[in-house]
Ligand binder design. Structure first.
Ligand code: UDP
Length: 322
């Protein structure tokens, strides 16, 4: 089977490429390296089952060709990372809305099944747990630019569902919660790669706010497994499905565990949000997925425990710095 993976040189995308190539599948990717990296796929470039197109998903002509020639599309390309989205608000909205619209329009033209990666951001600022796929969304004021990311991804979800309802397009929508593991970069604000790199340099770990906000983390290998099961699951067509981890942890404790596991001499430094993001920011205090639907549809739920994820990611950063 030939898969088109948009954003295939990114963190999740490149791990997905590895899994598919290992299974003997054909993989075609399109990535403009805006947040992805050639380093993530260099080892695949000589593989005859792998094809890389350095281009943007906004290029309709190229996307038309790639979607026509594939059997299924996994659409991961997006502007991601709170820091990146706040620094590039206009291009982020354009990539996230127009890019997905192009992918859906062409998947519909050629009647190809398409998986759309959405995000737990769409839930907004809930404090209850766990978050179920049909929960309300709660956003802050529209003057706070952070919410543009959630709003754009929510439009992607609506557009995908509308294609399904009106054109019978086979779409699967996945809401990814915080994913961690090898190849994630700290350049766009994501917390764990930043903490690990700070710890390995014995620099202070920058915990934003008071660090009581919690997250659940999913190992990238588990996310890849979930995506592959979901794209082949007929019952998931036309559905929105959470993919996330189970162990809820306050960010301050994540910093402490990172220090312990790296054996670092770092200390923790509390940094006010306003100092990092200015007025455009409001954090989400809690984010825990319900995994019932994922398990009911696929028989799978991510099980990798947090210490294993941290250890593997630390190993990755250690090997990169050598
Ligand atoms: N965070 C932090 N220090 C950092 C980067 C992030 O304390 O250097 C916090 C951030 O405020 C949030 C959590 O870690 O509460 C997760 O942030 P990330 O950007 O990785 O993902 P988010 O869940 O916000 O999309």
């Amino acid at each position: 089977m030939r898969y088109l993976i948009t954003g295939g040189a990114g963190f999740i995308g490149s791990n997905l490429c590895d899994a598919l190539i290992q299974q003997g599948e054909e993989v075609v990717i399109i990535d403009d390296l805006s947040t992805g990296s050639l380093d993530n796929i260099t080892h695949l470039l000589d593989n005859q089952n792998f094809q890389y197109h350095n281009n943007t998903i906004l290029n309709h002509r190229v996307m038309d060709h790639l979607i026509r020639e594939c059997d299924a599309v996994i659409h991961l390309a997006a502007a991601v990372g709170v820091k990146y989205v706040l620094e590039n608000p206009l291009s982020s909205i354009e990539t996230n809305i127009r890019g997905t619209e192009i992918a859906l329009e062409l998947a519909n033209r050629y009647k190809k099944r398409i998986l759309i990666a959405s995000t737990s951001e769409v839930y907004g600022k809930h404090t209850h747990a766990p978050l179920k796929e049909d929960d309300n969304v709660i956003y802050g004021p529209p003057s706070t630019m952070r919410w543009s990311y959630a709003a754009a991804k929510l439009i992607d979800e609506f557009t995908a569902l509308a294609y399904h309802r009106t054109k019978k397009l086979q779409v699967v929508i996945v809401r990814c919660f915080n994913t961690i593991g090898p190849r994630q970069t700290g350049l766009y604000g994501m917390v764990l790669p930043r903490f690990i790199q700070q710890a390995l340099r014995d620099e202070p770990l920058t915990v934003y706010g008071d660090g009581s906000q919690t997250r659940t983390f999913t190992y990238v290998g588990d996310v890849v497994e979930a995506l592959l099961r979901l794209i082949h699951c007929d019952a998931a067509v036309g559905e929105v499905v959470n993919v996330g981890g189970q162990e809820e942890i306050p960010i301050r404790e994540l910093a402490e565990r990172t220090i312990a596991l790296t054996g670092s001499k770092s200390e923790i430094m509390l940094v006010p949000y306003s100092q990092v993001y200015g007025r455009d920011f409001e954090d989400m205090m809690r984010r825990v997925p319900s995994l019932e639907k994922l398990e009911r549809l696929t028989g799978f739920r991510p099980e990798t425990d947090l210490d294993t994820m941290l250890t593997k990611t630390i190993e990755y950063f250690r090997s990169k710095s050598n």
